[in-house]
Design a protein around this ligand. Structure first.
Ligand code: ZN
Length: 276
C-alpha cells in the first residue's frame, strides 16, 4: 500500500484545513520535515506569525492530527513533531462519537465530577469527558468516561495542553500493567520535571480506578526512589495544585512491583527483609 504523498503548502488538497492558522501550522511542519520542531518552536512560530496564544496552538496540532499523522518523537532528548503523512483511518481520529446510550449513562448523575455543580441548581451544561484523553490512549470505554460541566472540561483541556510534548511518554506509561509501574514510568518520562497530581491519577487509573494512587506514588520511595511533593495555589482559579517529581529512581524489581513494595513496607510488621 503506497502512502498518499504530503501536499505542498497552499495546494487544493489542503482545503480540509479550516483556518489560516491551520494552514500556517501545516506549512511550518512541512518545511521542517527534516528538522522537526519542538512544541516550543511551533508555539513561537504561531505567536510570531499570528500573535496566537500557546493553548490555541496545542489544539491546532490536535486538529491537524485528524488529517495527518504527526507523532511527537524523542529526537536528541527533545520531543519533536514530525509531519509523516496522511492519517489512514479517520475512525481512529479524535472525533469518533460515543453512542447515545453510553452518553446518557455517563451523564445520568447530572453532576460535574470535578466541581459538583448540577444543571438544575447551577445552570451548567454537562459534557462527556475522557478521564485519560484520547490522544494519550484513553478509550471510549465507560470506565474512562465521566460527566463534567463545560467549564471544568475546558479548564482540564487547557491545563493538559501544557503537557503535549509528553504525549508519547504518557501513552507508553499508561500501557504498564501495574499501577506503580504506570505512575513511575510517567514520572521518569518527565525526567525530574514536576508532574501534576491530576495526570498521575488518570494514568494510574487507566485500567481501573486507583483510589489510593497517592499512596502508590509515595510507595515508590520504598523502592529507593527519591520523590518530592509540592502544593501551591493557582493564582487565577484559587485551586490548590499538587505536583510530584522524582529526581532519582531505581530499576523495577523482577516480577510483581506491588509484591516487592509489600515486602519492603515496614508497616507490614513482618520480619525485616534481609540486607542485600
Ligand atoms: Zn465542573
Amino acid at each position: 500500500m503506497t502512502q498518499r504523498p504530503l501536499p505542498e503548502p497552499g495546494s487544493p488538497e489542503l482545503k480540509v484545513l479550516s483556518t489560516r492558522a491551520h494552514h500556517i501550522l501545516y506549512a511550518y511542519l512541512f518545511m521542517r520535515r527534516d528538522d522537526p520542531p519542538t512544541m516550543r518552536e511551533i508555539r513561537a512560530h504561531l505567536q510570531e506569525t499570528l500573535g496566537e496564544a500557546p493553548s490555541q496552538t496545542d489544539r491546532r496540532v490536535r486538529d491537524l492530527r485528524d488529517h495527518f499523522t504527526i507523532p511527537a518523537k524523542r529526537i536528541s532528548g527533545e520531543y519533536r513533531y514530525v509531519l509523516e503523512g496522511w492519517t489512514t483511518s479517520r475512525t481512529n481520529g479524535s472525533r469518533k462519537s460515543i453512542s447515545g446510550a453510553v452518553r446518557a449513562q455517563v451523564l445520568s448523575p447530572q453532576r460535574c465530577a470535578m466541581c459538583g455543580r448540577t444543571p438544575l441548581d447551577h445552570q451548567v451544561t454537562m459534557v462527556v469527558d475522557h478521564k485519560l484523553p484520547r490522544h494519550w490512549g484513553g478509550s471510549d470505554e465507560i470506565g474512562n468516561l465521566q460527566p463534567l460541566c463545560e467549564e471544568c472540561n475546558s479548564g482540564k483541556k487547557a491545563y493538559f495542553a501544557n503537557y503535549e510534548q509528553f504525549d508519547e511518554a504518557i501513552r507508553q506509561a499508561a500501557g504498564h500493567p501495574e499501577p506503580h509501574g504506570r505512575i513511575g514510568e510517567l514520572m521518569k518520562a518527565f525526567a525530574g520535571d514536576w508532574v501534576p497530581a491530576e495526570l498521575i491519577e488518570i494514568v494510574a487509573s487507566i485500567r481501573q480506578y486507583q483510589e489510593d494512587w497517592r499512596k502508590r506514588t509515595r510507595e515508590l520511595r520504598l523502592l529507593g526512589w527519591v520523590l518530592e511533593t509540592e502544593k501551591r495555589k493557582e493564582a487565577e482559579t484559587g485551586r490548590i495544585r499538587v505536583r510530584y517529581r522524582v529526581t532519582s529512581w531505581e530499576p523495577w524489581p523482577q516480577g510483581s512491583i506491588a509484591a516487592e513494595v509489600r515486602r519492603r513496607d515496614p508497616s507490614n510488621n513482618r520480619a525485616p527483609a534481609p540486607e542485600r
